[in-house]
Design a protein around this ligand. Sequence first.
Ligand SMILES: C[S@@+](CC[C@H](N)C(=O)[O-])C[C@H]1O[C@@H](n2cnc3c(N)ncnc32)[C@H](O)[C@@H]1O
Length: 440
Amino acid sequence: MTNTQILENAKRNKIQADDLAIHNWYQFILGYPPHLVREYINRFGLAEEDAILDPFCGTGTTPVEALKNGITCYGLEANPIAAFASKVKTYTGYDPEMLRDYLAYIHCSMKASYEHQGIRELQENLFAYQTQMRTATIDNAPVLPDRQKDVIPKGFISTKPLQKVLIIKEIIRTIEDETARNFFLLALAMFIVKDAGNIRFGPEIGKTKPKTDIESLRTFINIAEIMIADVENTRLIKHAHIMDGDAREVGKYLPANLHATINAVVTSPPYPNEKDYTRSTRLESVLLDFIRDKKDLRAIKNKLLRSNSRNVFVADADSQYIREFSRITSIADEIEKRRLDLKKTSGFEKHYSKIVLHYFGGMYRHFKTLKPFLAPNCRLAYVLGDQMSFFRVHIPTAELLAEIADSLGYIVNDIELWRTRAATATKMQIDENILILENT
Ligand SMILES: C[S@@+](CC[C@H](N)C(=O)[O-])C[C@H]1O[C@@H](n2cnc3c(N)ncnc32)[C@H](O)[C@@H]1O
């Protein structure tokens, strides 16, 4: 790759400084930057009476950016913690004064609870904050049930940081106002990922050296204060409607009165690779009780588009929808042939060819159930990465989805190169494209 390309890629990937507010509250490492959404709002000529949809909205880049630009937005997301983040980020009725009062309450309650339970901080007494009369003292050390511990990968959080997180959660739970409660729970999710857990992203989730203890008072309060400042300084115009749902069945989640009303779609579905989104969000999902046991985890995986070998199930049948697409079935055949040639026999590797079939079958269902909701001439932008994760067989994701969309009556306007990325296995540069479609 040339230096110009490297610089160009870096610019495309980077979130711009002016864009940080709200977007950076809790986000996926692999989300796209807000300026991309803005670019398509402009290119599609969206006006204030229009509505945009992101059917794979993750932690809310499209919804937040739409509201910053005065466009109504609908979002669907199947991973509950990501849907929760999108809802909290796009809520427009926060009262900063009330949030500040609650933050003082949380702070005093943390101090009182730590004192009561004999918990020490790393830098005792260095951090003074407003005092307030009302506090909640958590008397007994909260315990994480074994059925929840069992779904957290080993070593993702150490004992003392876990103890502090559970106390903060109990305190936040005593807040009467639901929107304020959710606001601080999202702050806690950020605190878990950035400060309490032994995790890092690169871009896959990995473990850091265990943190035996953490400074929690100052760190948590700082995170929440920055969020409150964002609320004060950012104007979100219009509303977002975020639904927990499966984009393969759009009609089950979007209300019928939205038929033929969506003017644009800007989205990025998962790619067919080995990325397990439920693992990258596992620690905070469990600690905030979005996952209470293995059954919950499985139910979440079941709602996701099949894109990795950790979420393929015996009963899966999405492959049936793409049997006629010979380019897709040939890729699946080639993957299976390479597996046999390479004598790879693990259960995960045996799934690779099926993932490709179920992935494109799931996207077929998505495009089909989406269509009734699109206004005439609705424009759609899908950010899609080519992949080589399965025995290095090249999967031209955007091209194959263009074929599927075309068969369902969409007009394929273009496939634009967005950026290139180094493939994890080969370090070869592979394309990430934007598939531009139009509703007829
Ligand atoms: C590439 S990420 C999107 C990131 C997003 N643009 C953001 O700003 O955070 C893909 C998202 O699709 C979600 N997803 C996967 N399968 C889904 C499905 N069947 N329905 C809805 N969302 C799904 C994943 O949980 C993930 O959040």
